[in-house]
Write a protein that binds this ligand. Structure first.
Ligand SMILES: [Zn+2]
Length: 137
């Protein structure tokens, strides 16, 4: 079986499962690694979740469940920035980003880690029109 056939097989299996488990389910325990579509964390088996919005790590899935981040970001990657994109595209330093968030000039949506200290932050374009004033590099 080729890799493409393997992926197609997994996808059709997942779609079938979704009919009886509409909330989604943990990734298969097949040793296969995937990346979270939001924070790009490497996930496999029960450290990842799949539903019709795609493959997510448990932290991002939890943030979606509690409404900390909108579901629309799963299908529209152009609707938000990650911190590293503000740094790379707008040349705003991480420390300046923190200050701007504290002062309310930037609005961040925090994705709290389910386990461990790391958390991921995103910036919705529609909540951060101030960025339109920044030159892109
Ligand atoms: Zn994630």
């Amino acid at each position: 079986m080729s890799y493409d056939e393997f992926i197609t097989k997994i996808e059709s299996h997942r779609l079938k499962r979704l009919a009886s488990e509409p909330q989604g389910f943990y990734l298969e325990s097949d040793g296969e690694y995937y990346n979270c579509i939001i924070c790009h964390a490497s996930i496999t088996g029960d450290t990842g979740w799949w539903d019709h919005n795609g493959t997510k790590c448990l932290s991002c899935q939890n943030a979606l469940n509690i409404g900390a981040i909108p579901v629309s970001i799963c299908s529209d990657r152009t609707s938000w920035y990650a911190t590293y994109e503000l740094v790379n595209q707008f040349k705003i330093s991480p420390s300046t980003i923190s200050v701007m968030v504290r002062e309310g000039k930037l609005k961040s949506r925090k994705i709290k880690a389910v386990s461990g200290p790391t958390s991921f932050e995103i910036f919705l374009k529609q909540e951060n029109e101030i960025l339109e004033n920044y030159a892109r590099h």
